[in-house]
Design a protein around this ligand. Structure first.
Ligand SMILES: [Zn+2]
Length: 394
């Protein structure tokens, strides 16, 4: 087994923060995005419509599409995608027209998301609501219902649609997140810290959050996750966040579900180009005037490639057993690879939990778990990190 030099580790955020014109993003991947929902309890686009749920007053909160493309982006393109942009702090709302087609059918028109117009046909019978068909810019999408999911939150009157579709070239997984109209403008504070909606824009969770660990994580990753979580909790309101570290025996819902916050172990999906560049984990938040949802993906194959174990090993646990046993296998700084691998996993998880709680990247060169060149100890926060998270939840 060859030991590769670990050059760049990116911990990606699939940011839902809005920029000036768009409230939606397309993400390039190098694997089938169906991997992102595998092992979760998809409801095939059928859900119970809670009494009193209002389909008439829905506005777009966020639209994300993950696209599988065979053309790999260059490292520079990927980096540019992640670099902080000049974001507006005004909430952008896109109205959804609700057209009653007949007694059972409703059509939601969602425009303004990514300059495309989606029409979502819904069928209602008794208290069941179902995604019937979806078109984009007038073209009916070839939706695969087994990967569809519909989720409603009756308290907030929010709804999400997840659909998986293919066209001639690409495979897409689209999440459309809608809710009541919000017309607030964010007040920027003098804080110098980077948050998910921009520098100094304090947007946070408003209610207690439980993160559920889904999938068969190796023990090493599970430990790193707990350490990453524990790094932040002393600086967060007591019992605001909890980590259900053994949820794999329970039923896991997909990331698009409004009533579930998952941390998913994804086996085959890759998002980086693989040339000395690794995206071992990603956070997918949905934000408006508060953080409504945030789910995390941990990519086994990215770690496998990063630690030099691919193609010799097909699983991280197999690789961990091997490099723990063969302590003479050293990483670039002559430390045992097993030690370095554990440190990198914990750094990654600390970084991702930073996103989950509301922090964005800090590329200002300050010591931070939220930069890409973190020099802090793997489960330690810098002064910046502690000040930033305390300012957010003060
Ligand atoms: Zn990140």
């Amino acid at each position: 087994m060859k030991i590769k030099i670990i050059l760049i580790v990116l911990a990606l955020i699939f940011s839902a923060a809005c920029d000036k014109k768009k409230k939606g993003r397309e993400w390039i991947s190098h694997g089938d995005p169906a991997e992102l929902v595998q092992g979760t309890n998809l409801n095939k686009g059928v859900a119970t419509l809670p009494p009193g749920f209002d389909l008439d007053n829905l506005y777009l909160i966020d639209q994300t599409t993950i696209v599988s493309k065979s053309i790999r982006p260059t490292a520079e393109e990927l980096y540019a995608e992640q670099a902080p942009k000049d974001r507006t702090s005004t909430v952008f709302v896109a109205a959804a027209e609700n057209e009653i087609l007949d007694a059972q059918r409703t059509q939601l028109t969602v425009s303004g998301g990514d300059a495309h117009v989606y029409k979502i046909d819904l069928v209602q019978s008794h208290s069941q609501l179902q995604i019937n068909s979806v078109s984009k810019d007038g073209v009916t999408l070839n939706i695969q219902p087994e990967y569809s999911h519909l989720s409603l939150d009756s308290l907030t009157n929010q709804i999400t649609f997840l659909f998986y579709w293919k066209d001639a070239e690409f495979i897409h997984l689209t999440r459309i997140y809608m809710g009541p109209r919000i017309s607030a403008n964010f007040q920027k504070t003098a804080e110098k810290f980077y948050y998910l909606m921009g520098k100094g824009v304090l947007v946070k969770w408003q209610k207690p959050v439980r993160f559920n660990v889904c999938g068969n994580f190796p023990d090493e990753l599970q430990d790193s996750m707990q350490k990453g979580f524990n790094a932040w909790t002393p600086h967060l309101p007591a019992s605001m966040f909890s980590l259900n570290s053994r949820a794999s025996s329970t039923v896991c819902l997909p990331f698009s579900d409004l009533n579930f916050r998952g941390i998913y172990f994804v086996r085959n999906f890759r998002t980086s180009s693989g040339q000395n560049m690794f995206v071992p984990a990603a956070v997918l938040p949905a934000i408006s005037t508060e953080i409504y949802d945030s789910d995390m993906f941990v990519f086994e194959r990215e770690f496998l490639v990063m630690f030099g174990g691919e193609p010799a090993f097909t699983s991280l646990s197999g690789l961990f057993d091997y490099i723990e046993y063969r302590s003479e296998i050293r990483a670039y700084n002559d430390e045992p690879l097993y030690t370095v691998a554990n440190k990198l996993m914990t750094q990654t998880m600390t970084h991702e939990f930073g996103h989950s709680f509301g922090l964005d990247h800090n590329f200002d060169g300050e010591l931070s778990a939220m930069s890409y060149d973190d020099k802090t100890e793997s489960d330690q926060l810098s002064t910046y990190d502690i000040q930033a998270i305390r300012a957010l939840y003060k």
